[in-house]
Structures are given as structure tokens and as C-alpha cells.
Design a protein. Sequence first.
Length: 490
Amino acid sequence: MNLNRKVAALGPVLVITSLVTSIISSLGAPLIPTIAKDFHDSLGTAQWSLTVTLLSGAVSSPVMGRLGDGPRRKMTIIGGLAAVVAGSAMAALAPEIVVLVIGRALQGVGLGLVPLAMATARDELPKDRVAPMIGLLSVSAAAGVGVGYPISGLIADGWGLSAAYWFGAIIAALALLCVAVVVPSSKTRASVRLDSIGAILLAGALVAVLLAVAQGPDWGWGSPKILGPLVGGLVLFAIWAGHQLRSEEPLVNLRLLRHPAVLTGDVCATVLGVAMYMNLSAETQFVQRLRSGGFGFSVSVVVAGLVLIPFSVFMLVSSRALPALVRYLGVRTLLSVGCLVAGASCVFFALFHGALWESLVVMGVMGIGVGTTFSAIPGLILRSVPASETGSAMGFYQVVRNVGYSLGSALAASILTSHLSSLTGRPTLGGYNTVFWVAGAICVIAAVLAWAMSTRAAQDPVPARRLSDEEIRLLEQSEGEGLVSEGGRD
């Protein structure tokens, strides 16, 4: 293929690559009840198919981003796609749920593909095509999530769970082949150092803490099997933080937390991410519960996927309305109001869950609250840090948000597991209501933190400034990525 044809084909190839992330997302939350049924296991165990993907993404995204900054960008993209193909095939062929969870962990490696696709567009396309392509990548990734839910549900409902994972493997394999042929080599870029020790410590800490949170009801919160991983994970976090602060080229630049605006945005994003995934996980399981059990709507996995579409749509719409909202409310008020709106959706469903339309309303309202908050945080951060730290600040924001998602998924599973019916072995209505009430309370906590910490952020010694074109690109990228997950960014 000659050079002109490669340049012409690069845009479509990058779009296909970004859609792989959407496919990973659509194979998550809505399929949890199907996984539990097919493998004859509990919903709490099946929830690990979502939690482990988010965990893998939280660790692999900064690693892939770091590798993508150097001469190995093309190989990093190919490696991420290869992991998705292998993980999808493993999940499709899984004889037991442990193998499926390992496959989902491999799929999670691909969650860093969208930023790498955008970086490739920025460096390899003609300047007049860069901004439109980055916008298209953001929109395609976001829209792909909403479309992917019912498509993957339709495949799973018609041809079985394994067919849905084979679908993911085929799309990822197609993208891998296209990238290998079309994406130019990045060998001429300057080499970068990967903080492998930091990646290992972060992975160990996250695994230990999430294991303790998820298994607490089964093993007993006071048992050594829970306290050991929990304390060990916290110790690893402390060691990891110390290592990051000492390293000249850290995996995650914790020094950015000296900026009050960065601390405010990251704390708010983490806490709200926990609540968001608690809601998404519980809601998709609730609507699929058999109505004969006294609650639920007995819907198929296809309809469960459709229920999540309002979340994606309204999250995107609210993020585009951000400039007007900031002018009328201000950033501090907007952050707090967004968290409270998200909390209101959780409380509403805890009180009213007798009709399917209520689920659609809840997802739409949640999308408005999360969309406004998550799209406001990057602007707050970027305007408050030196221009030389913008990339690191946004990378850190993505990491903490993914950590919040993982904790939310694990916490939802923990609460539901602690409220099982003695007759059916499935979560009770009280268990689901507890998830929604706790998620609502966490949103209120996020609103209070956002309001209180924003006061200090307003006194940040780094003055607010006009964003550069590069920073605007990063801001648009973050808004698009807000939808790229298991309902948020898997």
C-alpha cells in the first residue's frame, strides 16, 4: 500500500480501533446475570467478570500510555489488540468462570486504545485533519458503547454467551490486522522508560483491596482472610506512592496532587466513579430478575442493554452543554450539583422500581449528573496546572476514575452477596435497595467534597489561564472517554 493510501486509510483504521474499546464495554455489566446462569454460579462471582476488566484497565492504561509515548506506540497498539483477541477467545471457550474472568482481564488491557489512537492521529495525520479526527474518535467511542449494549445482548440472547465473546474477538482481530498494515512505525520517536516496579506495586495493591471488598460478606469482615489482603493492599499503596514520589519517571505523577484543583477533581472523580458503577451493576441485574420473585422486570439481556442507552446519550449531551452550564453555575456549583443529580437518580430507583420506564429515567438522570461532573473536572484541572504537566494530570485523572469504577463494581457485588435469599440464593430486594441507597449517599459525599475542596482550589497559586490547542484536544479526549467503559469506560 503506497503512502497516500495509507494516510487515507489511517482515519478509518483508528476509528475501528477505538470501537474495540466499545465492544469490550458492551460485554460487561448487562451480561453478568447470563454469566451467573450459564456457569451456575452466584451473581457476586459473576460480577468479577466486570470488576477484573476495570482493574486490568486501571493498571494497563497508564502502562500503555507510557509505552505509546515512545518508539513502541504501534507495537503497543498491536499488543493491546492481541490481548483483547486472546481474552475474547478465552472467554468464549471458557469451561469454568475462572477462565472467563482471566479472559476478561486480558480484554481490559485494551482499555487504553482510544488515547493511543488519538495520539496517532495527532502525530501522523495532516494538521487540517487532526481536530476533526480526534472529535470523530471521541464520538465513535462514545456512540459505540450505546450501540454495543443491545448488539452484544442480541448476540448473547440468540446464539449464546460464547458468541458474544467471539464477536469481540473478530472485531479486535480485524482491527489488529488493519493496524499492522496501515499504522506507520513510531521507531523514530525518542525512547521512554517504563516504571515496571510501579506497575507491579499498583496491580498488587488494587487486587488485594478489591479482593477484600468483594469477598467480605463470604469470608467475614473480621477474618484474617479479609484483613490480611486489605491491610496488605493499603501497605502496598503506601509503598507505591513513596516509589512514585521518588521516581524521576513515575508511572503516575503523584506530585500533581500539590495542586488543589487536581486533588479536588481526582477525589471527586474517584468517589463519583464508585457510585456510578454501583448503580450500573445493580440496575442491569435488577431489570433482568424474574418478576415471579416479587421484583424485577424479567427482561432479556437485549432489553437490559437498551436500558443503558439513555445513560450514554445523556452523558454525551450534558458534556456538550458544559460551557453554558459553567457560565451560569460556575465550576464549584456545577461539580456539586452534578453529584447530587446522580445521587437523586439512585435514591429515586431505591424508592420507585415498579415499572421498566423508571429504569430508563434513572439511567438518563444518572447520565446527566455524571456527564456534567466528569466533563467539568478536566477543565478545572487543566486551567490550574502548568502547561508542561497537562498530559500527566489528565493521565492521573483517568487512572483514579478507573480505580473508582473498580471499587464500585466490587462494592456492589459485596452488598448484594450479603443480602441473599435463603430460598433462591439470589440477592433480595433489600440488597438491591441497599446498593442504591449507599450509591446515593456516596454521591452526596462526593458533592460535599467537591464543594469544600473547590474552595481551596480557588486559592491555588497557579492562576487560571487560557487553554492551548493541545490542552483543548486533551479536554475533548477526556469528554469522549467518559463513556468508554462498562457503561462508563470499561
